[in-house]
Design a protein around this ligand. Sequence first.
Ligand SMILES: [Zn+2]
Length: 78
Amino acid sequence: MKDLHDLVDEVIEQIKRDLSDTGDVTAIVELLLSIPRDDLEAFLPNSCEPKICQTCNGSGEGMHEGTTCPTCKGRGEY
Ligand SMILES: [Zn+2]
């Protein structure tokens, strides 16, 4: 059985290869989806507070009436 750290190193190398060779992140996304959400959020810096969208200032509305902000897709934050 492999040492867990070696395994993680290999996974990281494979992720780098996927990104540089094919740019295909499908396998990486699937891998990350298997990780508990709390762990994913803990990995990110300052992930606790969602940031207000700068494009629409948090309203979620696009430049014209009745449209949706393209940056945050109408959520007002990201
Ligand atoms: Zn927005």
